[in-house]
Ligand binder design. Structure first.
Ligand SMILES: [Zn+2]
Length: 318
């Protein structure tokens, strides 16, 4: 990890957007707000904003959910926590995360922001993919202290952990060569504002990579399988804590992007499975049969896009 006293990034106050002059403290000279640094992680969360308006969760409660689940070491670990069988996760990763890794295209010395980085395991995957490129700096942003404290376990190089809100980023305009927002947009209370911010902090020509669940297939499959949310919660005593969760319709995401000054180069609906969660109730044979079918239809039939679980985007700033 980069220690903040050795290499200080240019940051701005998320409240008034003035430059922050860092010495030992990180204080905004304009609004006098003092931003704390803890374990080399800067805290740019600026208020006791509610992180889940449905339940009025404040930062502490939001963090508690992540504490309960513990460190997420890699994508298989996350799948295990979410009761997703390994074979399903393998398939999902190949079509979602691997595609983002294929798309990412940066030069040596680039700055990359992982927006909603969680415990940082995808940064490790990016670093592996980009290991031939020197001096790439990674910025790991999340709203959860607990998540960012797990960054330490990943022993990531050239990575700075920053606590902040996607809707009000503490970075100057035109700062990043690439932003990855993978499986995070659906957890943001205001994705429209967040996309505007992503556009702002990207350099002209900078790349934005998004993966996020699409709302429609989850609604449809939920209705077809007749296991509505409350039954799922009843069955598993799984009252999800920690994150606001509101996937966007794929078409909605497209229109938000088009209105934000970003040029879409790739827009893909992918993963023709039933929502991954339900596979835990199926025998292994049915799981692998389902993956075989999905594989068969994955690259054919655009007419099935409405059933594909994920939306993937590669865009750049004009
Ligand atoms: Zn300020």
């Amino acid at each position: 990890m980069l220690k903040l006293n050795t290499e200080m990034p240019d940051l701005i106050c998320p409240l008034c957007r003035d430059k922050i002059y860092a010495s030992n403290k990180f204080v905004c000279n304009t609004c006098n707000k003092n931003f704390l640094s803890n374990n080399g992680i800067l805290d740019f969360r600026y208020s006791n904003a509610s992180l889940n308006p449905n339940r009025n969760w404040k930062i502490g409660e939001f963090d508690k959910g992540y504490k309960d689940r513990g460190d997420v070491k890699d994508h298989f670990d996350l799948a295990r926590i979410n009761h997703i069988p390994r074979a399903v996760e393998e398939y999902r990763y190949s079509l979602v995360k691997n595609r983002l890794l294929d798309w990412i295209n940066v030069e040596e010395g680039a700055r990359i922001l992982d927006l909603g980085c969680g415990s940082g395991w995808f940064i490790r995957d990016m670093q592996y993919k980009l290991k031939g490129k020197r001096n790439i700096k990674y910025f790991a942003l999340d709203a959860s202290t607990v998540n960012l404290n797990y960054l330490e376990n990943k022993r990531l190089e050239n990575t700075i952990g920053i606590l902040g809100f996607a809707e009000n980023l503490p970075f100057p305009s035109g700062y990043f060569d690439a932003i990855v927002c993978s499986d995070a947009l659906e957890h943001l209370f205001n994705p429209k504002e967040a996309l505007k911010e992503m556009e702002r902090v990207l350099k002209p020509g900078g790349q934005l990579l998004i993966s996020t669940p699409s709302k429609l297939p989850f609604l449809l499959w939920g209705a077809i399988i007749c296991v509505p949310r409350f039954v799922k919660r009843l069955l598993l005593n799984n009252r999800s804590k920690g994150a606001y969760d509101a996937p966007l319709y794929s078409s909605k995401l497209k229109s938000l992007l088009s209105n934000s000054g970003l040029q879409i180069n790739n827009f893909k609906n992918s993963v023709l499975l039933i929502p991954e969660f339900y596979y835990q109730f199926l025998p292994d044979k049915l799981v692998s049969l389902s993956i075989k079918f999905a594989n068969l239809f994955e690259i054919k039939y655009d007419s099935l896009n409405f059933l594909r679980l994920y939306t993937l985007v590669e865009a750049h700033k004009l």
